[in-house]
Write a new protein. Structure first.
Length: 213
């Protein structure tokens, strides 16, 4: 249903409408050989033939690349590097501060919802709900492993310094209705990103999980 909702919403867009979209994506790049596997048909005596061999070199370079663009403008790009120990420590402090600022509001919302849920159930058996600030209640929790790209790294390396800055610059350049297209990678789809789009007054493109074809 989401695929068809996407089609119905944007089927009447003109080229001028699509010019306001910022297209973004990441890809893993390897310098020195092609990504993926090879399938080769060969005879037994061709196993060492150059055209049937996949050449590889030691210490080849592999990295993640992010970029964005619109119809008329090339946006910023970014090459991801492995997160350092210093960056991890700084991230811990940042998320602690973010949680301190968010916990009060999250607790008030939880208490209201819990009170409404338990109206008329006061005499029922069972343990009374107790407040615990966790990811389900809106806590900022990092879940990336091995220096991967999670919502925090995407927020601090891409969204704030590059993507939203680019979108704001486009508004001043004469594109008031800028829309950002992102896929549904966890780092993009995280609820933590929504507030920053709202503050910047930038829309996000409704994107289907699968191709329309």
């Amino acid at each position: 249903m989401k695929r068809y909702a996407f089609a119905l919403r944007y089927q009447h867009w003109t080229l001028e409408d699509w010019k306001s979209v910022i297209w973004t994506d990441e890809t893993s790049d390897v310098l020195g050989h092609r990504r993926g596997s090879y399938r080769v048909w060969r005879r037994l005596d061709e196993r060492c033939t150059k055209s049937c061999v996949r050449e590889r070199w030691k210490r080849y370079s592999k990295f993640m690349f992010w970029g964005c663009f619109t119809y008329d403008f090339k946006g910023p790009s970014h090459i991801w590097k492995t997160e350092t120990s210093a960056e991890k420590k700084a991230a811990i402090k940042d998320t602690e501060l973010m949680n301190l600022a968010a916990e009060k509001e999250a607790k008030e919302a939880w208490e209201l919802n819990t009170a409404m849920t338990r109206v008329g159930l006061r005499n029922r058996p069972g343990r009374k709900p107790t407040w615990k600030f966790n990811e389900q209640n809106g806590a900022f929790v990092r879940d990336a492993k091995g220096g991967g790209i999670d919502w925090y790294r995407y927020l601090t390396h891409i969204l704030l310094p590059k993507l939203l800055s680019f979108a704001t610059a486009l508004k001043y350049a004469g594109l008031p209705n800028v829309i950002v297209m992102e896929d549904k990678a966890p780092a993009h789809a995280s609820e933590h990103q929504r507030a920053y789009f709202d503050v910047a007054d930038v829309q996000r493109l409704i994107w289907p999980g699968n191709s329309l074809i």
